[in-house]
Design a protein around this ligand. Structure first.
Ligand SMILES: *Cc1c(COP(=O)(O)O)cnc(C)c1O
Length: 382
């Protein structure tokens, strides 16, 4: 075997021995609620399609219509010929929902973070980031070449100490956090982070991938903290919005700078027309149906109440198991009872904190949530 094949096989063997090898499971999502795997129908508590919009008739119809009118692809970067007419409408709607002057759409949430951060800070600067923030915020911070300072999860005092000690050595400072943490479902204290950022002249950036569409009538996590100043709000169109794509909502000047400097915006093809149209239709529903937007959190709270877990703060509920193989066993036990509840293992989460990560959607029935709670009960550590 040549060295590349040997390397790959050895790496995979090591992952396998640690129960960390991952495998794709071909999954047919029929309607966003039920999925089919290996010929079995499972009720999914693992999709991020919080409002079921990926299969909403109006959203699907808008995507099909856009393909008929504008074709399957954007054709080029937005700055060349890829700036189709749907994209500016999508950006207007995002800015309206978030209450910002402007918005900028990217190919995905990951691409957004990989582009935004290096466009704003560089080697003379500092990025402070919550230790549990999403991998793509870290990727963006690393690409920027700025100094990186990782503060303890939601620990405002730790962030304050770091700002007091490190701020003076840097030109510009960005503080980045998830608004809703993707693996725990808890919220960042945006009011306190905002206060600190104002005192230290730091720019607060939230990744609201799991907030848009499901918190504060769909406005997202910043909407829960009306006094917080969050000048950089990024997120994704791939979760509650049901499709694909990423965005930044910010001031007109910041968005214009991003369009000029973010490499994942400049050197990557524009979002396909179908994705833009789907997102527009989904945002239309989110704007007009606040009762729908409130359901995922209500369903998650029903579940946490049944098991005596801390009150859910978002549609994501983590049931900590501990070791990776125990989490896999729990997931398999739930699958045997007809539930899809994926185990999340290191390195996605810290060693010893493998878990079932459950997500609740507007479309889950209360009776099914009660059945799930009984199935999960044996795995809840007290
Ligand atoms: C899913 C996710 C992303 C990535 O968004 P994509 O559009 O799927 O690339 C970014 N941040 C957080 C917190 C996420 O959960």
């Amino acid at each position: 075997m040549d060295s590349l094949q040997t390397f790959a096989a050895a790496k995979l063997g090591a992952l396998e021995r640690q129960s960390l090898r991952r495998r794709l499971s071909p999954t047919h999502r029929h309607d966003g609620l039920w999925v089919e795997r290996d010929g079995r129908r499972l009720l999914s508590f693992s999709c991020n399609d919080y409002l079921g919009l990926s299969h909403h008739p109006a959203v699907k119809a808008a995507a099909c219509q856009a393909i008929e009118t504008y074709g399957a692809g954007a054709g080029a970067s937005r700055l060349v010929t890829g700036d189709g007419p749907l994209l500016s409408e999508l950006e207007r709607r995002l800015a309206t929902l978030k209450g910002t002057e402007s918005a900028c759409v990217f190919g995905s949430g990951y691409l957004a973070n990989a582009g935004i951060i290096p466009a704003l800070v560089g080697p003379d600067d500092l990025v402070l980031i919550d230790e549990l923030a999403h991998a793509c915020l870290f990727a963006g911070a690393q690409l920027s070449g700025a100094a990186l300072s990782v503060f303890r999860h939601n620990a405002v005092a730790d962030l304050e100490r770091r700002l007091a000690a490190e701020r003076k050595d840097h030109r510009r400072v960005l503080v980045a956090t998830d608004g809703v943490f993707s693996m725990d479902g808890d919220l960042a204290p945006l009011d306190q982070l905002s206060d600190l950022c104002l005192v230290h002249d730091a720019w607060l950036m939230t990744d609201d991938a799991h907030g848009i569409g499901v918190l504060a009538q769909g406005r997202g996590s910043a909407g829960l903290f009306p006094d917080a100043v969050v000048p950089l709000q990024m997120g994704t169109l791939s979760k509650a919005v049901g499709g694909y794509g990423g965005y930044l909502c910010a001031s007109a000047a910041v968005v214009e700078l991003i369009r000029n400097r973010a490499r994942t915006f400049i050197y990557s093809t524009g979002l396909p027309p179908a994705s833009a149209a789907a997102a527009i239709a989904a945002l239309e529903l989110i704007e007009h149906e606040p009762e729908l937007c409130a359901l995922p959190l209500a369903k998650a709270r029903r579940f946490t109440a049944l098991l005596g877990l801390p009150l859910a703060q978002s549609p994501i509920v983590a049931v900590r198991i501990g070791e990776a193989d125990d989490a896999l066993a729990a997931s398999r036990a739930l699958e045997a009872q007809g539930f899809l509840a994926v185990a999340i293992r290191p390195p996605t989460v810290a060693a010893g904190t493998a878990r079932l990560r459950l997500t609740f959607t507007a479309r889950h029935h209360d009776a099914d949530i009660a059945r799930l709670a009984e199935a999960v009960r044996p795995f809840v550590r007290t």
